[in-house]
Every structure is written in C-alpha cells, then in structure tokens.
Design a protein around this ligand. Structure first.
Ligand SMILES: [Zn+2]
Length: 462
C-alpha cells in the first residue's frame, strides 16, 4: 500500500545504508549473498523500496543496522515524511540524510531518544530496541504471555517482545532466548519488517501444519514455549483439535489464538475415525531386553506374551478382529505400542502384564484404566476393565484386587478405550504357579477374550 512513493523517495535517499559501496535498487535474486531462507522477505522489501542491495550485487545480510538506518527503513515502510529537516535531537543535524525520517518517526511516537535526549544515530540498533520500534510502528497490541529466558520479567521490554512474538513477527533463537542486547543484522531486520508489513511472511503463515491431533486429557495447559518453565498462556480441553507446526523434544508447537504456543505431546493423540470397524489391539507388555518383573523362575515378558497369544486366538474364535503390538520376543517403546494400535484404527486396546511386590503375600488380579480424560473414553475404559477383571478372577480363582485407576502411558494418552491387566504376582507362590502353567495361561487368555467380548456386547446395547 505504500509502494508508489517509495520509488521516488528511494532515489533521494539512495545513500542510506551506504558503507563503502552505494546501495542500489536491484532484485534480491541478483544479489549474491541473500540467504535462501530470507530471499522472499528481502525481495519484498526491495520491491517496496525499503531496502536496497549494494552496487557490487551484495546485500551484506550480516551487517549491523544503525539507528539512523533503522529509522529510515521504518519511515519508508510507514510512508512518513522523509524530507531532511531539523530534529528534536541535538545529535541529529538537519544535514543528516535520515533527519526527516528520524524526526517524523519521533513525532509519531515510533522512536524515542535516550534519557539524555540524544538519538545516537550511528549506534547499532539492538534487537530489544527493534522490538519497541516495530511494536510502535505497526501498533501491535495483542499479548499472549510469550517470554524468553534472557528477557527480564515484568519489564516493558518483556511486553514489547511478547507483542512482537504474539503477532507472529519474532520467534527468538529457537532455544527460548531472544538476545535483546544484540545488534540486529540486516537480514533479521528485513525479516521483521517484512513480517510486520505483510502477514504472508509471519511465523505462523510460513509454518506448515504437519499434523492435527486431539487433546487427550481433561485440561491441558498451553505454554509460551517448549517446557514447563514457560508461562501458561491458556488451556485446552479434551477433544479439542490442535494443528501442529513442529515438534521440539516432547513438545509440540501448535496454532493457538491466532498465534502459536506449545503443549506437551503426552496429552495429545491421533484423531480416531469413529466409524471404523471393530478391531482389538492386544499388547503383551515388555519384550526382548526389557523383561519386566521376574521371580519364581518366571520372566514377565514371557508370561505376558503367552497369555496374549491365547487371548488373540480366542478373540479370533469369537469372530472378533485382533492385532498384536508384538507377537514374539521383541521390544517396543510405550509410544510405539499406542501408535501401532492407533495407526491401524483399533477401537480397543488391552495391555497384558504380570505384577511383582516386595511382599510375597501380595497376590491377585487387578485391571487398570485411566480416568485422566473425564470422558466417554474413560467411561468405556473402566467398563472394559471391569468386564475383564470379572472374567479373570472367576477363571483363575485368584484374589480380586479390583479395577483401579492409573495414568499408565499405554492406556492414558490414547484415543481408544484401553485397559491394562495385571494377571497376578510373580512374587507370590500361588499366583506364580498358575502363571507358569499352560493350563492357567490358556484360562487367562480365554477370560480376557471373554471380557472383551462382554464389553462389545455391552457397547452394542448402548
Ligand atoms: Zn509389566
């Protein structure tokens, strides 16, 4: 919208940014040293007459921007009066090429001087000063509590950098820092101004949505950065769909309130197709180098797998569709087990384990569900757990330790009703003797399959 006048003014102000070589208007493509990452922004600003390249076909992206250069560029971007004239600053003379823009920007409240009333036109502009400049110039008012570890809390600097970040213009260095005292380079200046002028360049627009997931917990804190050290900027609720731009460690950068924010990936999950056909995922706990509990000559991973195979076979006999996260002595991470089931659109997940205790007297069967999500899924998970528990206790003749609640990973942040069975205690002689016998393994597998079938019968009646 400022385009027309710039070409004229650019001629009069062609000496701005002059170092040893005169800058000229050329296309970014013809400049030898514009980084690809910023080529579109630089091209845009050259096209708008706001920055120029040098006659030796360079842009000098790493060069620092002085305060007089910054005022000139922002003055052009705002279409301010750049006619040279006397200024309010004793150290900015009328003859300085930037005097008109400095004075205009000062009168507009876009720039300010130092406490001693000087402007220090030849000083480098810092990244912190640049935040004030752009926030004032483009009247950015929205805040979202985004902070950086190297910006002091409860300062006006924190506020302007928050505003600049909320607007999708600044994103810091990607490690939670902003470097407010660092002199800003031409490339970074160009990116910030381009983003401020044209939302097509801003952080959110540039990012591609790589996934859509669903919040899997009742209330999920949304933070300004990828750790719990960052401020909470809001909350999401179970079932909310989030658009994900990228992952950083165990955190996901999501679209949030017109900007971006971060959530922990433990509490988001794949979306599930509710119309997919019935499919049960059976998960034999542990495997390979991860043996799980062991005692009385038994290793948990083997007991789990033997019972899981029986469960699978009975489910097939009952005409139910079944997949196994592992069907031999291999190891999968907890997330891989959940992902495997979700990717194949399973609609029920049952993880099979055996228990251990410091006391040899601890004995019996218990089945877990997760209530972290206070939802239909939690309700179904509890039902599933109860049906399995009842069948197992009856078949094994073991002590009934009941249905319990716990946020185990494989039954917690998952979109499907999920239960985790503890068949009995390897540390208890009575339980261990049953779990070591093929007779009871068969009974246990059948009981779990019957419990799952009970669950589907119940579900269909709903
Ligand atoms: Zn286990």
């Amino acid at each position: 919208m400022f385009k027309g006048k710039w070409r004229v003014l650019a001629v009069a102000l062609v000496s701005f940014l002059a170092l040893t070589v005169l800058p000229v208007s050329v296309s970014a493509a013809s400049l030898s040293d514009v980084p690809d990452a910023y080529a579109d922004e630089v091209e845009y600003l050259i096209d708008q007459g706001i920055v120029t390249g040098y006659t030796d076909n360079t842009f000098k992206p790493k060069n620092k921007v002085t305060r007089k250069e910054a005022a000139t560029m922002i003055g052009k971007a705002l279409d301010l009066n750049g006619t040279k004239r006397s200024t309010s600053f004793p150290d900015v003379s009328k003859s300085l090429y930037a005097s008109g823009y400095i004075q205009s920007a000062y009168e507009k409240g876009v720039i300010s001087g130092y406490p001693d009333n000087t402007y220090k036109p030849d000083n480098n502009m810092t990244r912190g000063e640049m935040a004030y400049l752009i926030v004032n110039a483009f009247s950015l008012n929205a805040e979202s509590g985004i902070n950086y570890s190297d910006v002091p809390n409860n300062t006006s600097l924190e506020t302007v950098i928050d505003k600049l970040s909320t607007a999708g213009i600044a994103e810091g260095y990607g490690d939670g820092t902003y470097h407010p005292k660092e002199a800003i380079s031409r490339e970074h200046f160009a990116v910030l101004v381009a983003r401020a002028m044209n939302p097509d360049f801003n952080v959110d627009s540039q990012s591609e949505v790589i996934a859509e997931k669903v919040v899997s917990t009742g209330v999920l804190n949304v933070r300004s950065g990828p750790s719990t050290d960052y401020n909470k900027v809001g909350k999401l609720y179970e079932g909310n769909v989030v658009k994900i731009y990228k992952y950083q460690g165990s955190w996901a950068k999501i679209a949030y309130n017109g900007s971006t924010a971060w959530v922990h990936t433990d509490y988001i999950m794949e979306k599930r197709d509710e119309n997919a056909p019935q499919l049960i995922a059976i998960d034999a706990g542990h495997g390979d180098h991860d043996g799980g509990a062991s005692d009385n000559g038994l290793v948990e991973k083997d007991v789990n797998l033997a019972v899981a195979r029986e469960t699978r076979d009975y489910l097939k006999q009952f005409g139910l569709n079944v997949i196994m996260t592992r069907s031999d002595d291999t190891f999968l991470e907890l997330n891989e087990r959940v992902d495997y089931a979700v990717d194949r659109n399973a609609d029920t997940f049952v993880s099979i384990h055996a228990n251990a205790s410091g006391s040899e007297y601890a004995e019996g069967v218990e089945t877990y569900y997760s209530s972290a999500a206070l939802s239909d899924r939690a309700y179904k998970s509890k039902k599933l757990a109860q049906f399995i528990q009842d069948r197992l206790v009856a078949a094994m003749g073991s002590k009934d330790r009941g249905v319990k609640e716990a946020p185990f990973r494989v039954i917690h942040a998952t979109p499907l009703p999920s239960s985790l069975v503890e068949l009995g205690f390897l540390t208890n002689d009575s339980d261990a003797s049953k779990l070591g016998s093929s007779y009871y393994r068969d009974k246990a597998g059948k009981a779990i399959a019957l419990g799952i079938r009970d669950y589907y019968t119940w579900k269909q009646s709903q």
